[in-house]
Design a protein around this ligand. Structure first.
Ligand code: GNR
Ligand code: NI
Length: 169
């Protein structure tokens, strides 16, 4: 079991575009185990590799209340989007208590591979669909706050800077 450090905004490494996974091997499976440990420890519903400074296209997720329904998608791609929803989002990489509504597709169809390299296709709605879109954004160096107004982004940056000053004094 290993808990990895979750990069915190405004760390520029959160802006790195992740590269496709070319080989699923034991080393990668070990990194994914560490990502699950980190995600459960932080009580997150999802974790993109980018957030733990691994710049490969994969994420872990568990949207169940029982915290026992693991989903890991390698090289995810959204192949279909439908409708819109406007739900509150937060992010393990954005402090300052940042939480706000973001416009997302209501339904998405995602393809990719599992940890055996086997192709998978999943359709999701609601929270799981939001989470898929949020994690895919991370892999492209995008944060949920990028979808908010300039004013809201500035408020979040100010709050984070203020919290950091408090921590240091
Ligand atoms: O734990 C998380 N909760 C969450 C809630 C609403 C919308 C998206 C998310 S993802 C977030 C974990 C995280 O930062 N994943 O990248
Ligand atoms: Ni996030």
């Amino acid at each position: 079991m290993a808990i990895l450090e979750i990069l915190q905004y405004p760390d520029p490494r959160l802006r790195i575009k992740a590269q496709p996974v070319t080989k699923v091997d034991d080393a990668l499976r070990k990194q994914v185990e560490d990502m699950y440990d980190t995600m459960y420890d932080a009580k997150g519903v999802g974790l993109a590799a980018t957030q733990v400074n691994i710049h490969l296209r994969l994420f872990t997720m568990d949207v169940s209340e029982t915290r026992d329904q693991r989903v890991c998608i390698v090289n995810p791609e959204i192949i279909h989007k439908e409708g819109t929803q406007y739900e509150g989002e937060g992010c393990l990489s954005v402090g300052g208590g940042a939480y706000d509504k973001v416009e997302r597709a209501m339904k998405v169809r995602l393809c990719g591979t599992d940890l055996d390299g086997k192709p998978i296709e999943i359709e999701a709605e609601g929270l799981m669909a939001v989470c898929f879109q949020h994690e895919l954004d991370h892999l492209n160096g995008i944060l949920f706050i990028d979808h908010l107004s300039r004013l809201k982004q500035q408020r979040i940056r100010d709050k984070i800077a203020k919290d950091k000053r408090r921590e240091q004094s």
